[in-house]
Design a protein around this ligand. Structure first.
Ligand SMILES: *Cc1c(COP(=O)(O)O)cnc(C)c1O
Length: 400
């Protein structure tokens, strides 16, 4: 009896998936890494000490399954109750859990009967199958929807990446006010745009499914919408220790929402989903919040300096409320009015800029997708890194 063909053992849905593409983490000496929105500043000395002190024989023990101390501290920090909070192995884990918790997958097509267009884009699907999000926004959402066998409803933002108004969403007829789960990245990635709490609240009030405000970058913004999660039963706010608190490596994120939603999420959580060192690091972070507030201020001031410099050099920069900027290089801007001209002039587009910067050992992010492929997403580093970037860009511009 021959063994089965391995691929045949994989669910049809999984066979067709394309995985999320994370930013590269190359090990190149002297590389200026501005591609994954990591914080350029290390965690506070207190946090490093606490983590080091925890590395001993206790590593053999399981961590607290529900991150109780961390949830208590977070509850005090945000003025809510621990019942409003669930902690995850990074907020990415929680985003995936939200899809599983609130969205009904469509029945998987029978493998013998796969020819029919069982999931035609245009078929009207019941709202309980729908994962909805604006485009462009965090590119993980469609991946999570596909993994689960949910129906995606991507709805374009305005061309300047601002949020469409409620009347515009109603007129546009694409938006589904009953979608089981709606993701709103706020401030947005990769555009960097912030949305006002007032416009988010209007959207939340119109929505009948769960609406998840992914506030991964809130600490770099003028305002945040955490209060909405405590005022509305269907609003979840997602936060992470990765970006603002320099803890990407340890993977800690959390949701704030109505206790009933949080209880439901706990039911589908892995028993020990948050590692012990991550819990300790996050708890200690909250004891040293002033250190981090100084870093936010530094990053914001570097961001604003970088925005000014890039603008002077002819880049079109989207106003940023995050720790990165989304910038259209000069020649893309000039020729985007006349695509034919771009070919003739053979001026570098955003991808060429990405490659040229990489030749200079500066790594930024370029997305090969409609609308965003004319832009570079550049993480705000230290002032020295930002100055270096600007100097290299100047050199590239002169060389042409
Ligand atoms: C980075 C990021 C996350 C994920 O953060 P982790 O907590 O590290 O998983 C979630 N949402 C957005 C928009 C992000 O940029």
């Amino acid at each position: 009896m021959p063994y089965p063909i391995p691929n045949r053992l994989v669910r049809p849905l999984v066979r067709t998936l394309s995985p999320y593409t994370p930013g590269e983490q190359p090990k190149v000496k002297g590389l200026v890494k501005l591609n994954t929105n990591e914080n350029p500043y290390p965690p506070s000395p207190k946090v490093l000490r606490a983590v080091r002190a925890a590395v001993d024989g206790r590593l053999r023990l399981y961590p607290n399954p529900t991150a109780d101390r961390l949830r208590e501290k977070l509850a005090r920090f945000h003025g809510c109750s621990p019942e409003n909070i669930i902690v995850g192995n990074g907020s990415d884990e929680l985003l995936e859990m939200a899809v599983r918790c609130f969205v009904e997958p469509v029945a998987e097509p029978h493998s013998s009967n796969r020819a029919g267009p069982t999931r035609s884009k245009h078929a009207r699907h019941p709202a309980n199958h729908i994962v909805q999000y604006f485009t462009p926004s965090y590119s993980l959402y469609p991946v999570l929807a596909d993994m689960h066998g949910a129906i995606k409803n991507p709805v374009p933002l305005n061309s300047d990446f601002t949020l469409p108004t409620l009347p515009a969403l109603k007129r546009g007829r694409l938006w589904n006010f009953n979608a089981a789960l709606t993701f709103v990245t706020s401030p947005n990635a990769p555009s960097g745009r912030g949305y006002s709490t007032a416009e988010l609240e209007a959207l939340c009030r119109a929505q009948r499914g769960v609406i998840l405000l992914d506030e991964a970058y809130a600490e770099f913004a003028d305002e945040h919408a955490l209060s909405l999660a405590l005022r509305y039963p269907h609003v979840i706010v997602s936060r992470t220790f990765s970006k603002a608190y320099s803890l990407c490596f340890l993977r800690v994120g959390y949701f704030i929402a109505h206790p009933d939603l949080i209880r439901a999420l706990h039911k589908i959580r892995d028993s020990y989903n948050v590692n012990g060192l991550g819990q300790i690091a996050a708890e200690t972070t909250l004891d040293d919040i002033e250190y981090y507030r100084r870093n936010f201020a530094k990053i914001i001031s570097t961001r604003d300096w970088l925005t000014g410099q890039l603008t002077t050099l002819g880049f079109k920069v989207v106003p940023s409320q995050t720790n990165f900027v989304f910038a259209m290089p000069p020649h893309t801007c000039n020729t985007s009015l006349d695509p034919g001209n771009r070919r003739r002039a053979r001026m570098p587009d955003a991808k060429d800029w990405f490659l040229r910067l990489r030749d200079h050992k500066i790594l930024v992010r370029w997305f090969d997708q409609p609308v965003v492929r004319d832009y570079l997403r550049i993480t705000v580093g230290t002032p020295a890194q930002a100055r270096h970037l600007v100097n290299v860009i100047r050199k590239i511009l002169v060389a042409r």
